[in-house]
Design a protein around this ligand. Structure first.
Ligand code: PRP
Ligand code: ZN
Ligand code: MG
Length: 210
C-alpha cells in the first residue's frame, strides 16, 4: 500500500496539539523544528509540516491524503475536502475588533471603514449579509497592529485567549465564525485498512478524553 501523508501545522496554535494527538495514536516520529517532513517508523505514514493556510489546498489536490487544520482556514479557501472528524482542540472565534477608544458601537458603524484581515472571503460575506460596505484590507499576519499603524479602523482575526487583542489595545466587537481543528481528507481518498486504522485510533484517543 502507498504510504499515507498527513499535513499538520508547522508552527502556531494547532501545531502542538496536532503532534500530541498523533503521538497519542501510538505513532513514533521525530518532531524536529527544522524538518518539514517526518516519517512515522511504526505505521505507513508521513507527516508534512506546513503553513496552516496551505493545508486545505494540499489535501484538496491530493498532495496530502489527510490534514489537520482549523475550519476557518477551510472555509476561507473554499476547499473541496472531506470532513472526517472534529478534533475538539484549537477552539476559537473569528471576531471583528476595534481599538478600545473607538467610537464604533454597532456593525452599521463599520460602513465606509477599513478592516484589516487574513480572512477576506469570510469577512466579505459577513459584511454582505449585514448590508455593510467596508474596505477590506488583506494582510497575511500580525493583523492586530493594523489600527495602531493607521492601516485600518478595525480588524477581523482569530481570537482564542484574547491575549493578542488585549496587548494591542483592541476589544472584540462582533462574532463572525466559530472554529475548531478538524481532520480532513482528500475527496478521492481510498478507505483502505491504513486509513481506517488511523481513523479508529484518532477516535479512540478522542473518546478517552471525554
Ligand atoms: C491567531 C490570530 C492571533 C492569535 C490569537 O493566529 O491570528 O495571532 O491566534 O490568539 P489569542 O486570542 O490566544 O491571543 P493563528 O494561531 O491562527 O496563526 P496564523 O495567523 O499564523 O495562521
Ligand atoms: Zn495561518
Ligand atoms: Mg495570526
Amino acid at each position: 500500500m502507498k504510504t499515507l501523508k498527513i499535513a499538520i501545522q508547522k508552527s502556531g496554535r494547532l501545531n502542538e496539539k496536532s503532534v500530541e494527538i498523533l503521538k497519542n495514536c501510538g505513532l513514533s516520529f521525530e518532531n524536529y523544528k527544522s524538518s518539514l517532513i517526518s516519517t512515522v517508523t511504526n505505521f505507513p505514514l508521513e507527516i508534512l509540516f506546513l503553513r496552516d493556510d496551505d493545508i486545505p489546498e494540499y489535501v484538496q489536490d491530493g498532495i496530502a491524503d489527510l490534514g489537520i487544520v482549523g475550519e476557518n482556514v477551510i472555509t476561507e479557501v473554499n476547499a473541496d475536502v472531506e470532513y472526517l472528524q472534529k478534533l475538539g482542540f484549537g477552539k476559537c472565534t473569528l471576531k471583528i475588533a476595534i481599538p478600545n477608544d473607538s467610537e464604533i458601537t454597532d456593525i452599521s458603524g463599520l460602513e465606509g471603514k477599513a478592516i484589516a484581515t487574513s480572512y477576506p472571503v469570510i469577512l466579505e460575506k459577513y459584511l454582505q449579509d449585514n448590508n455593510v460596505n467596508a474596505v477590506v484590507r488583506t494582510i497575511s499576519g500580525s493583523v492586530e497592529i493594523g489600527p495602531g499603524l493607521g492601516l485600518s479602523d478595525a480588524i477581523c482575526d482569530i481570537v482564542s485567549t484574547g491575549g493578542t487583542l488585549k496587548s494591542n489595545g483592541l476589544k472584540p466587537f462582533a462574532e463572525v465564525m466559530k472554529s475548531e481543528a478538524v481532520l480532513i481528507g482528500n475527496k478521492g481518498i481510498e478507505l483502505n485498512e491504513d486509513v481506517i486504522e488511523l481513523l479508529q485510533r484518532i477516535r479512540s484517543v478522542l473518546r478517552a478524553k471525554e
